[in-house]
Write a protein that binds this ligand. Sequence first.
Ligand SMILES: [Zn+2]
Length: 231
Amino acid sequence: MTETFGPLYERPKSQDCPDCSCCTAPLCERGRRSTMRCSGLTDASLMQIVSGCPCSAETTPGTHAWRAAHIRITRHATERPLVAPAATLLHALAAGGPSEDPEGMFGILLAHRYAARDVDGRPVVTAFGRRYLEARSEDRFPTPVQVEAVDVKARTATVVVVGWHLTQAVTVLLDQLTTETGLKAEELPGKFLEAEANCRAATADEIVLTTVRLAPELPTGWMDGSTPDAE
Ligand SMILES: [Zn+2]
């Protein structure tokens, strides 16, 4: 009665990822570079197994899911922030002190992944929660952004955020630039864009662009003094 031709519940014969116990190296390589993470790039039978893969997780700095989460959190903080009682609770958790939750706001923080429960079941702030609070208080500035290069395979773009650093490049999600500007990937290199950015960020990875748009054309003749308004 032994079935000899049924499905094989084995890992595909590919090199195991050295950094996790669930994926093959090629899957994690793709998962890191996709907001769908490893679990969204594998077939349904393996989805459960790789759903917690740390290599592509949104909590792992540098992954596409992490970059997308930082955009989402920044927009949340600057465009439509948490209701006051939820923000008060988040501040209390971040301060590490005793936290009262008379209005039952913990569920909201949990849903945004700004808070979690520790091993003892106590509510604690997460890295995303701290990033939200930071985004609430940090200054954001309009800045020119020049696109240096795009990597279509990795779905990233290398840009110079002029208001942050004149030479040091910043890696951003290619899909953010194409979606927000309406330009195609191949049209981006060399283009000057405008965006808002946290220009006081300490490192390139902390830069979060929002409201990215194509910079308006400069008036004809602005360099040679022939514009009508030039004195
Ligand atoms: Zn993985």
